[in-house]
Design a protein around this ligand. Structure first.
Ligand SMILES: Nc1ncnc2c1ncn2[C@@H]1O[C@H](COP(=O)(O)OP(=O)(O)OP(=O)(O)O)[C@@H](O)[C@H]1O
Length: 280
């Protein structure tokens, strides 16, 4: 049985609110999840369900109003900005966002972007350069792109650079927030393959998407967020075969590639009504 030390990410009873006073609203409520080393958790939910809020809270970009976050066994919940900077510098956790321009500094060349986390961590320049080149090859990018800035790359190349930047420090945990949503089919397939290779190499991954189809092929387990609450979680096979929550059934109904035929419009409407507490 894996012990607690195998949990790379442990989120317990997490609450997040935005706004103050009458504008205060809840984005996450009582969310608990764990990701072990070598495991990929697929986090799915519709727009506004709180997926990005969860990612941003785990990365220390949004402050929790309740609950705890542990990364690599370290409780980061109450960290100040200074503590977060020093924690990030160690490269334990990395991220890839949907828009690679948010993961990359537009003023840095690709080489500088990839070197930065290694040099911040204290690696010598020569070995850092070697690691950058190796990583670049692993995401199928040619070295002639290294002197370019993000604006001089295609969308697919940029996302591969963002993935390479996340990987170069060999983090224990990577949060991928809609990493393939903005890509065309060919680039999507390439990035999904890189994610699969990563998973096989033992990195813990949280793969966030509104698209169950992209996640199902990669994730070991799936967690479903609905209106800020985790309504379902289980092994991918379990969730696909016997979804417990009406929202998960609704999601499954929209994925024609799975074994069952897609739900009819009437079936989807009935599930949606059930979710909204309306009589069916
Ligand atoms: N900075 C913010 N200030 C105020 N409210 C916010 C902020 N960011 C998100 N929200 C709200 O919190 C809720 C959850 O948003 P979040 O972006 O986490 O959802 P999501 O599932 O990632 O959606 P999407 O798939 O559209 O990115 C939504 O109601 C959203 O409007």
């Amino acid at each position: 049985m894996p012990g607690i030390e195998d949990e790379v990410l442990e989120v317990s009873d997490l609450d997040v609110h935005y706004g103050v006073g009458r504008r205060r609203h809840r984005a996450l409520s009582g969310v608990s999840l764990q990701v072990r080393s070598g495991e990929t958790l697929g986090l799915i939910g519709e727009t506004g369900s709180g997926k990005s809020t969860l990612a941003r809270t785990v990365l220390g970009l949004v402050r929790a109003s309740g609950g705890r976050v542990r990364i690599g066994g370290e409780d980061v919940t109450g960290y100040s900005q200074r503590q977060w900077r020093s924690f990030r510098r160690r490269g334990v956790v990395q991220y890839v966002f949907q828009d690679p321009l948010r993961s990359l500094d537009p003023d840095l060349t690709v080489q500088e972007s990839l070197l930065e986390p290694l040099l911040l961590r204290g690696d010598p320049r020569a070995s850092a350069l070697e690691a950058v080149r190796e990583q670049f090859a692993r995401v199928n990018l040619d070295e002639h792109l290294l002197p370019r800035r993000p604006a001089e790359l295609s969308g697919g190349q940029r996302q591969r650079v963002a993935v390479a930047r996340a990987l170069v420090v060999e983090p224990a945990l990577i949060i991928l927030d809609e990493p393939v949503s903005a890509l065309d089919a060919a680039n999507r397939v390439q990035i999904l393959q890189i994610i699969k290779n990563l998973r096989d190499a033992g990195t813990a991954l949280v793969f966030i998407s509104h698209d169950l189809g992209s996640v199902a092929g990669v994730a070991d387990r799936i967690a479903v967020l609905y209106q800020g609450e985790l309504v379902e979680s289980g092994s991918t096979a379990e969730v696909l075969r016997t979804p417990q929550h009406a929202y998960t059934r609704l999601l499954l109904g929209s994925v024609p590639t799975l074994h069952a035929p897609p739900a009819t419009r009437a079936e989807r409407q009935a599930l949606r009504a059930q979710l909204n507490g309306e009589p069916v």
